[in-house]
Ligand binder design. Structure first.
Ligand code: ZN
Length: 446
């Protein structure tokens, strides 16, 4: 297992965000998304491996290959798809549809074919979006073997009657499914699972953005001391998570909190989809972070459709794993089309998403219970220099209120997150004041 355990320092409350999501990181995330955008990924095949190689330039990975046909939970690992080229040529021999121009043009996981046919016949294997005639749809056919192409409806309309030559130069054959992990070792065996799916071809928000965020978050964690162990999992959607779970039951028992990340680069949301349990720690953490960071947080209840949170939350696992996105999947017109491109995701949104992920980690890392050493009546804070320490501070009022709330609720039973929720103050403000109060001797760990 690849483990980065050469731990150096633990950020104090308020420092995590800057440590894990420094300002300017959005440009790097966007550049990385642009790097992996052209690769034609699928649930299996070299597109996935190539993507993992790009991630490996940022963080070490442990890769796993699982052979086609291997039983995984109620499924089996599918065949490996190798795509080399795909095109439709007109009578003059010109490519009127060209995979080299956009990986969405081939039906993802298409069987190979090379033949000639009339336009009429060809149309049976072409997918378009008549209601969005300038966009190429993203379509897959994983579990029913067939061939096909995707193109804009307008381009299809311009094709004259006649004979066409079609070619999908691909193999669909026994091989393996690839996934990869990076583990940041903390003080505890208890784990936080962070996962991104790596099976979509040239789609920027869904999910080059999630891959970029997770890889850079793992890199930023290098050298930080954490309580939890963090497992970063890069796996194809559905079948990848199922394959990982089928081989990691013991590990899964150590997962205490988790977040699936996808579509984290657009302007919408942010959206958090709760775990099946609905009131787990990660649900509270994400709701707190998103509502304090933005005025537009969309917190939705669990439903058994979406990304891999549905595998983790299935009855045989019931892991507390939620889903973090900007716009919720399938609710934006660019979703699963060629409009989900590199212009659709912006460095500023990627950076804000990474900051929210960093803040969630901060809450998980810094949440604690304290007991007041002067619980009877209000302690005299001025005598201890606690008020003057924050004089002239623009956040002075919030810090004063945080201090009063912490002293009021430091009964050994309430955690800093409990206090932040009750006080309606950002966690970092509350946790930062708790640090100061601890140093003054007014608080002791409960
Ligand atoms: Zn998708």
């Amino acid at each position: 297992m690849v483990r980065s355990s050469d731990v150096r320092k633990t950020p104090t409350p308020g420092e995590w965000s800057q440590s894990l999501a420094p300002s300017g990181i959005g440009d790097r995330l966007h550049a990385f998304a642009a790097e992996i955008f052209p690769i034609c990924r699928s649930i299996t095949g070299n597109g996935v491996r190539e993507t993992l190689s790009h991630i490996e330039r940022i963080i070490p990975l442990e890769r796993t290959e699982v052979a086609t046909g291997t039983p995984v939970l109620d499924w089996a690992v599918p065949k490996e798809w190798t795509i080399r080229d795909a095109w439709i040529k007109n009578a003059a021999g010109e490519r009127v549809v060209d995979f080299r121009a956009c990986s969405l043009h081939v039906l993802n996981y298409s069987t190979p074919i090379r033949t000639r046919m009339s336009l009429q016949e060809l149309k049976k294997n072409i997918f378009t979006l008549p209601e969005e005639p300038d966009l190429i749809p993203y379509r897959t056919s994983y579990y029913q073997e067939r061939w096909g192409f995707c193109m804009t409806h307008n381009a299809l309309q311009t094709l004259p009657e006649g004979e066409y030559e079609v070619c999908v130069d691909a193999d669909l054959a026994p091989g393996s499914l690839s996934y990869a992990e990076h583990v940041h070792v903390g003080e505890r065996d208890e784990e936080v699972l962070l996962q991104a799916h790596i099976c979509h071809p040239s789609l920027a928000n869904d999910n080059c953005s999630g891959i970029a965020l997770l890889a850079h978050l793992a890199a930023a964690m290098h050298g930080l001391g954490t309580k939890y162990t963090y497992r970063f999992l890069f796996a194809p959607g559905t079948i990848g998570a199922i394959t990982w779970l089928s081989r990691n039951y013991e590990t899964s028992r150590r997962i205490k909190h988790g977040i699936v990340m996808s579509c984290v680069g657009d302007a919408g949301g942010p959206t958090y989809k709760r775990t099946w349990r609905g009131n787990s720690m990660i649900d509270r953490v994400m709701a707190h972070v998103l509502t304090h960071e933005t005025l537009t947080a969309n917190i939705v209840d669990f439903f058994p459709y979406g990304y891999d949170e549905r595998q983790y939350n299935s009855p045989g696992f019931r892991l507390d794993v939620g889903l973090f996105q900007r716009s919720q999947f399938a609710t934006f017109p660019e979703y699963h089309t060629s409009a989900d491109n590199l212009d659709f995701i912006k460095p500023a949104h990627l950076e804000a998403s990474m900051r929210m992920a960093a803040q969630a980690i901060e809450v998980l890392e810094c949440d604690a219970r304290y007991a007041s050493t002067a619980p009877q009546g209000e302690p005299q804070l001025g005598r201890r220099g606690l008020y003057s320490a924050i004089g002239g501070d623009k956040d002075g009022y919030a810090k004063n209120m945080a201090m009063l709330w912490v002293m009021n609720m430091a009964d050994g039973r309430h955690s800093l997150l409990d206090i932040a929720e009750r006080a309606k103050l950002p966690f970092a403000t509350v946790a930062g004041m708790a640090e100061a109060l601890k140093e003054s001797g007014l608080l002791v760990p409960a």
